[in-house]
Write a protein that binds this ligand. Sequence first.
Ligand code: NAP
Ligand code: ZN
Ligand code: ZN
Length: 352
Amino acid sequence: METKNTKAYGTSAAEAPLQSMDIKRRVATPHDVEIEILFCGVCHSDLHTARNEWHGTVYPCVPGHEIVGKIVSVGGHVNKFKVGDVVGVGCIVDSCRDCQYCKEGLEQFCEPGMTGTYNSPDKHLANTPTFGGYSERIVVDENYVLRIPGNLDLAATAPLLCAGITTYSPLKHWNVGPGKKVGVVGIGGLGHMGIKIAKAMGAHVVAFTTSQSKFDEAQRLGADEVVLSKDPEQMKKFRGQLHFILDAVSAEHDINAYLNLLRVDGSLALVGAPELPLPVAAFSVIMGRKSFAGSMIGGIAETQEMLDFCGEHNITADIEMINIDQINDAYERLLKGDVKYRFVIEMASLKG
Ligand code: NAP
Ligand code: ZN
Ligand code: ZN
């Protein structure tokens, strides 16, 4: 298969910093579009993967699955997009298209396995992992490419491609809306989108944070109430009060403290993916017939639905723009919860 050299930023080992590297991408096939990447959000999953915290990373690894860019060429059979269109690519770049879940628009649960935007076996290039958005261009089948609403700021839209859909999908699945009291735990990239989207869906939103500075400003993001989760007195006030909790914490924490805040028949959905298990006490769920659940990103059609919803409600991420050579510092700050609320890489900085 014909390939083209592409500038990227990635890592060659779990302990190594990210650095400039050259990768090969296929030349667009008839169903592909070739996208010049303008902006790429920095998801905590990029860090988990780059450092092999989920134990499946193939090196070299080029992370990045919150991609916004401009189409620079299209294959001969592409009919959904044209050169010049501004588009998005999220966490999924392919799937089998034939299993029950693909047919239902749940490509993230594709039976033989979806092709992730990075660190999945590349279907076109043998013995090569897919490479993500920390790069100058990407080539993607048009069926896995998203349209960006025209009214949204492009850099601030990039985080919707993962943080947006990962919070929208469970909020919708668990019927969040008017009359529902919803908790959002961990106000990082995902959590701050969760607050904005749950609020736009009409729920009463309670934000839980370990950070005093976020406590002071979560209401600006749309939270009706804010709880400093380290303070047991503040936590106690919400015992048995919440219909649904979205937990977007990236590290170990006491899940039982949150299960205790659910009403009878309430559900807590984990979207955060800490490296180590989170022990659940039996009485946290049997008392009150509660559900401890999880959710992973969202399918392609639902990602488009989320983008359109955000367009209608004027929702984007609060971002801090960085150049690609600041990525290693950004990872360190992510580990400290020190970002308001998503780093976005200005990809022109890769061209230097
Ligand atoms: P992030 O921006 O780093 O946010 C994580 C937040 O968790 C922090 O801002 C902090 O919020 C809180 N936190 C961090 N360490 C903590 C600790 N030790 N104890 C309590 N709270 C802590 O990360 P993100 O990009 O939003 O991603 C969050 C998690 O979701 C990651 O594990 C990521 O891999 C995962 N993820 C899952 C999916 C999926 O499909 N399920 C998709 C994308 C990401 P406060 O300062 O408010 O406490
Ligand atoms: Zn992500
Ligand atoms: Zn499938």
